[in-house]
Design a protein around this ligand. Sequence first.
Ligand code: ADP
Length: 574
Amino acid sequence: MHEERSGAGIGDPATGGLSERASTNNPTHRSHAPFVSLSPVTCSGGMNLVFVGAEMAPWSKTGGLGDVLGGLPAAMAANGHRVMVISPRYDQYKDAWDTSVISEIKVVDRYERVRYFHCYKRGVDRVFVDHPCFLEKVRGKTKEKIYGPDAGTDYEDNQQRFSLLCQAALEVPRILDLNNNPHFSGPYGEDVVFVCNDWHTGLLACYLKSNYQSNGIYRTAKVAFCIHNISYQGRFSFDDFAQLNLPDRFKSSFDFIDGYDKPVEGRKINWMKAGILQADKVLTVSPYYAEELISGEARGCELDNIMRLTGITGIVNGMDVSEWDPIKDKFLTVNYDVTTALEGKALNKEALQAEVGLPVDRKVPLVAFIGRLEEQKGPDVMIAAIPEIVKEEDVQIVLLGTGKKKFERLLKSVEEKFPTKVRAVVRFNAPLAHQMMAGADVLAVTSRFEPCGLIQLQGMRYGTPCACASTGGLVDTIVEGKTGFHMGRLSVDCNVVEPADVKKVVTTLKRAVKVVGTPAYHEMVKNCMIQDLSWKGPAKNWEDVLLELGVEGSEPGIVGEEIAPLALENVAAP
Ligand code: ADP
């Protein structure tokens, strides 16, 4: 692993320290930065891509969004593009340096000072927006505190926090002089594509238009907006629009009637809606999820009509194939590849059985469930199915998850009922997750909805076929009979456990368990493991979509000639 700091000049007293560079034609931003030239960007082909999001793995992560902003940008950089990711500085990251560049951002009726921290890793500029509203809330333990003090509770000032993030991000390409990338130097400049992610970045396109483009800045810049999970939209009181410091012409983009059905539940502003309508391109994390989003109000969460209007493109996520690699995974008892998978998985199963305290017997099929204990993942449906499965099949089931207390209790109660067959581990335990991927015969994925899903990719990487609900990215990534077993779609209603859904889980898991150990199963293990699940393919698809935006100078880099691509698998994650 190598670590680079920001380029010469940033925060370097010898080059002038803090000298004010007034943004005279930008009333809401007052930037203080060492002098940087805004002359044309040194760019040897390729796009200038600026990803913006509330999480970025491994520095901050609660789920798939963080993983995407960790992995996709590095793969885009390897294809010859100049790539930056901007997200909040939630902690004192020891690998990120203070650039000493400061911006003053108007939030509600006051100016807030933000600083920018930076590091350059895996070919990507990682920029952290530093402000007490991020650092003081989350410090010490990022997970689950990014959006609120507890799972399910939001911070009251989230609108202000993410308005600040959007505005602070818009300053970065113009004022940060970044020189670590051997192929590019200087600020990114104005010919950029901003890639916004989820509702927290829904305001960026609005501020781009109101504060910059109407003043002749960022004239050619474009915005892509990616939906990672439609069920979090940023719905707030309609009166809060006044606090966003946006012209009235944007109001209709935010205007949202909460609830299609009468009586109407109330008029709100909706950040996600504005992000979708004000973007130049709308994407999501799998083609089937894109179809589901426009299929109706239940799966489109009342924004289906808006997405039908704008159109939406789905691209399946990749995964970090170096963090998840059965050949060198340090958490496994035995490492294996596709040629040694049968014995390797059997030995890992025995180790897993011993680890969780189940009878050690490689002949008993083992089903694993790993996931956040929230309605989305259907832990209640899974648990309702377990008595029926263990009654009829010689099978063991290991459950791993944390989240809502009511689901944690359910997990524990099923273990108490079937102590020789079921284990419930109610903790976040990364080593155990790896061991379960390797030691299980079947991975159960009972999601009511699943935008893309990482868990099934991890399972396949370790040669573990999934028995999965037929929703979102699970449809795009799991092939019935080849890499897994489909159970059909479960009801999206989070408030009920439908008996029909329980039956689907029971039937499919029983079907899968019967296949375990047969030649057909061994073929499935092989099919799972020989796939390329890395970010390479998805990055190419993203490139095709973003190139269509036609940002000036956005010819693809000459990969492999002028710009040597980074071999992603060989570059250690930070
Ligand atoms: P989401 O992002 O919606 O939570 P994904 O399937 O995309 O779901 O990703 C979940 C990630 O979290 C996977 O890497 C999975 O291995 C991991 N994970 C979930 N729960 C646990 C847990 N209790 N312990 C360890 N890892 C977990």
